[in-house]
Structure formats: structure tokens, C-alpha cells
Design a protein around this ligand. Structure first.
Ligand code: EPZ
Length: 429
């Protein structure tokens, strides 16, 4: 398994291009199951999770084209890909594919909507939590699907098709909102989703569905109205910029007290993160090509955060922010309200000298500790990038093992950071 080695202490200076959002690309790819025509997605990031989803769709019968060339032969390397589900070859999403990536459950709504039947492996939990899918199933049942859980699989069927319904989620769920959005776009009648997730990735999916002929009102709000159609047609859609990648590199600039221009960043999707960084003393300004983040010689200070559904502070930025708070003056209280086990980066950051005390869903970080390099281990996607960020600031050498977690959500991370002066390399093992 590859490792990453960093010699920290260098203020990063330069620019980094921001890629398409992984968490938008995955549901967008699943949406290709809703039509027999071609859906062309551009600005697709090159990530392990994208390849996993492409492989899953291929076994459902989706023809994948790379810039118009049949990509069945080789890897899925293109930034622009065509997806065409002329016919659905299989309505089963097998365990060995689903267990590799929980977002595979996003094929459930489209398959039931298109074919009236689906057998999808229960995704199982992951390092950050049990990750149930009960809300996804509740919504489909309210739309008329019969759901049975057997031998680790979700058996769903709606032989007479799905019916529009009023779906009120007791808690905000990104994935459940996305599955319901896609199912509702082919249901008979109107569906109203109450307490819908408002994440930019959900809005990006809704906009793509509208381009495919769906009728959706309230995009970006907590109430979505979808008038079902008998079928959807093909479309072209560019994946929205990745706000979590943007936030992660903004922290790289701040934690090394450097200055980085984030090319193509969408500031309107980052307001809660920006507010926290500014309160900590980080300087954000619009540059010629994107958002410039700098913290040269600044005395940064501790800021409290609580993770919340959008537009609140994103849980996917919590670990990165904690690494920054370990290097500033003063204390920071970090409360994680979305996932039950998302502090696994704490013991690893502590090995680097961070002073963090966890009490239930809150962690107190006492800053201004000079982090020192150490051997650490990645445990999940965002925890691993927080260790990279800490390594960039730490004195001495940091090596991070199990970096396959990183490859799921960050494209060419070490190249992008090295391009800004970081002393970082991947040790192929
Ligand atoms: C999406 O996961 C993201 N993944 C996650 O990003 C992100 O952390 C999360 O949204 C929250 O923003 C993708 O988009 C592929 P949820 P999702 O359903 O949809 C509970 C990353 O690092 N819940 O909004 O699975 C759940 O346990 C990943 O890129 C139920 O109880 O998240 C959690 O506590 C990690 N029942 C809360 O809701 C359900 O049926 C929010 O989960 C569904 C969810």
C-alpha cells in the first residue's frame, strides 16, 4: 500500500486548479440510468470512486464513452464521459461492488423508477458511522415501492411504477434526497420532498435532471416539488466545482501560512467555511482566476465550529479544520453533529503533537502547539487529508500510510501541493 512522505514547514505559494465535485459526480452518473439516451458529463474528476461507480453502471448495461470513444476497453480516464443506458442489462447491484463504495446505493431510485425492480446490496457502514439507508427506503415505500430486506440485500419492486407522494424527511439526508429526486422524476404525479438536503451537489443533480426534461421547483431550498414524466432524454452537464476540495486547499494555505489561488473555486458554495476562516484571521480575496487564500505571518486564532447540513459548516471539512486549529493561538471547540464516529483523526493528530480532548460529539483543541512530524495512519477520506495538512505544517518528516483513502476523493493531491512548493512525495509500495 502506498504511503505519502512530507517534510513540513514550507509556506505554500502558487495556484491549484479545483476539480469537479466527487459528491456531485456520483449521483449524476447514477442519473444516466433514468434515460435510454446519452448523458454527457464534463468536469468529471479522476478518482477511484468515479471508476467504481463507472464499473457498477457498466454491469447495469450503461455504455461508457470517453470523449465519444468506447471506454469499455480501457480505464475510465476521461474528464468528459458519455453514459448511455439504452437498455438495463441487470437490476442487481452486487455486494462486492457496493461494499467498496456506499454511494452505490444511489442506483436504487433510478433502477426502481426505470425498471420497476431493483436488488441492491445494503451498503453497510464505514469508518465514520453505521450509515443507515432507512430514509432512502422510507421515501420509495411512500412512492409505492414494496421493499424487503433479505440476505444483506434491498429487494425493491414497483410493478405498476412509482407514484408521486409527499416525503417528509425527519432528518436531512443528502443521499436519500438524491435517490428520491431521481425516483420522483419518473414517477406518476407530483412528489414533494420536505426537509430536503440543500447541499450544492443536490442542486447540481436537480439542475441536470431538469436539463434531462424533469420538472423540479424549489432547487436549493428545503422543499422540492417534482412533477414526474413518462421518460427523460439525454443532456450535457458540467459537474459543479468541489467545495470540499476547495476548502481543503484553503486550509493548506492557512496552515502553512502561505498564499494559494484556488482556480475555478465556487465561493457561493463555501460561505460557512469562508466565515470561519476569516474569523480565524485568514485573508480571502477574489483573484484573476479564482479565490486567493492567504495567511502570511498572520496570527491566526481559534474559532468554534459545529457541523450542520448545508448551508451550515460541512462535516466533510471538520477534520481539515481541526488540523488548522491545532496550529493557531487559543482554543477551538469542534462539535460534530452529522456522524457518530468522525474523530478518528484525533489520535493520529495527537501523535503529531496536537492537543485535542474529545468529549462525546465535541472536541476541544488547544492550539499553538508546534506540530512535529510522525508516522501516522489514514482511517477515512477526510481524516487522511487532515493528516496531510498537519504534515505540511509540522516540523520534520511525516509519513502517512493507507493513502488509498485519499485516492477516493483527491485527484493528484501530492502533485498539486508540490506545485505550490510542498516537499511531498508518494512512496510506491
Ligand atoms: C453524503 O453522504 C456525502 N457522500 C458524505 O461525504 C457527506 O459527509 C454526507 O453526505 C453529509 O454531508 C456523498 O455524497 C457520496 P447523509 P450521505 O445521508 O448521503 C443519517 C465524503 O467524505 N442517515 O446526508 O451518506 C446518516 O447516518 C463523504 O465525501 C440516516 O439515519 O450522508 C448521517 O448521520 C463522507 N438514514 C446523516 O443522516 C438514512 O437513510 C447524514 O447522512 C440516511 C442517512
Amino acid at each position: 500500500m502506498d504511503r505519502i512522505r512530507i517534510l513540513g514547514g514550507v509556506p505554500l505559494e502558487g495556484s491549484i486548479p479545483i476539480g469537479g465535485a466527487k459528491n456531485a459526480a456520483l449521483p449524476l452518473m447514477a442519473a444516466s440510468l433514468l434515460t435510454s439516451e446519452t448523458l454527457t458529463l464534463s468536469n468529471l474528476p479522476h478518482l477511484a470512486d468515479i471508476s467504481t461507480m463507472a464499473n457498477l453502471l457498466a454491469q447495469h448495461g450503461v455504455m461508457l464513452g470517453l470523449n465519444g470513444v468506447d471506454a469499455q476497453q480501457g480505464g475510465f480516464a476521461g474528464r468528459v464521459m458519455d453514459f448511455r443506458a439504452e437498455k438495463i442489462a441487470s437490476t442487481e447491484a452486487p455486494y462486492d461492488l457496493v461494499r467498496r463504495m456506499r454511494a452505490s446505493v444511489l442506483v436504487l431510485g433510478p433502477l426502481v423508477a426505470r425498471e420497476g425492480v431493483a436488488k441492491v446490496s445494503l451498503p453497510g457502514g464505514c469508518a465514520i458511522g453505521t450509515r443507515p439507508v432507512d430514509l432512502h427506503l422510507m421515501a420509495l415505500e411512500q412512492m409505492g415501492a414494496e421493499i424487503e430486506l433479505k440476505e444483506g440485500y434491498i429487494y425493491a419492486k414497483a410493478p405498476k411504477g412509482l407514484k408521486g407522494a409527499r416525503v417528509a424527511f425527519p432528518m436531512v439526508s443528502v443521499g436519500a434526497t438524491e435517490n428520491t429526486l431521481m425516483a420522483a422524476s419518473l414517477a406518476d404525479g407530483e412528489t414533494v420532498i420536505v426537509n430536503a438536503a440543500r447541499e450544492p451537489e443536490v442542486s447540481d443533480l436537480a439542475q441536470c435532471l431538469v436539463a434531462m426534461g424533469a420538472e423540479i421547483e424549489g432547487i436549493g431550498t428545503g422543499t422540492l416539488r417534482i412533477k414526474g414524466k413518462p421518460s427523460l432524454h439525454g443532456a450535457q452537464h458540467a459537474v459543479v466545482a468541489d467545495r470540499i476540495e476547495t476548502g481543503s486547499f484553503a486550509v493548506a494555505a492557512a496552515i502553512t501560512r502561505g498564499r494559494i489561488e484556488l482556480i475555478g473555486a465556487r465561493r457561493d458554495t463555501l460561505e460557512a467555511v469562508e466565515k470561519v476562516l476569516i474569523n480565524a484571521g485568514v485573508v480571502l480575496e477574489d483573484g484573476p482566476k479564482g479565490l486567493i487564500v492567504s495567511a502570511r505571518e498572520n496570527d491566526l486564532v481559534g474559532v468554534d465550529i459545529m457541523t450542520e447540513p448545508y448551508p451550515g459548516f460541512p462535516t466533510d471539512m471538520q477534520a481539515q479544520f481541526m488540523a488548522l486549529m491545532a496550529t493557531v493561538k487559543g482554543a477551538s471547540m469542534i462539535t460534530e453533529t452529522i456522524f457518530e464516529n468522525r474523530f478518528m483523526h484525533v489520535p493520529e493528530l495527537a501523535r503529531m503533537g496536537a492537543k485535542v480532548n474529545v468529549h462525546g460529539s465535541s472536541a476541544i483543541v488547544r492550539g499553538s502547539s508546534n506540530l512535529s512530524g510522525a508516522q501516522v495512519m489514514a482511517t477515512d477520506l477526510r481524516a487522511s487529508v487532515s493528516l496531510v495538512l498537519a504534515g505540511l505544517a509540522a516540523k520534520g518528516e511525516t509519513t502517512i500510510s493507507r493513502v488509498y483513502h485519499l485516492d477516493r476523493g483527491y485527484e493528484r493531491l501530492e502533485e498539486k501541493l508540490a506545485g505550490c512548493g510542498a516537499r511531498i512525495e508518494r512512496l510506491k509500495e
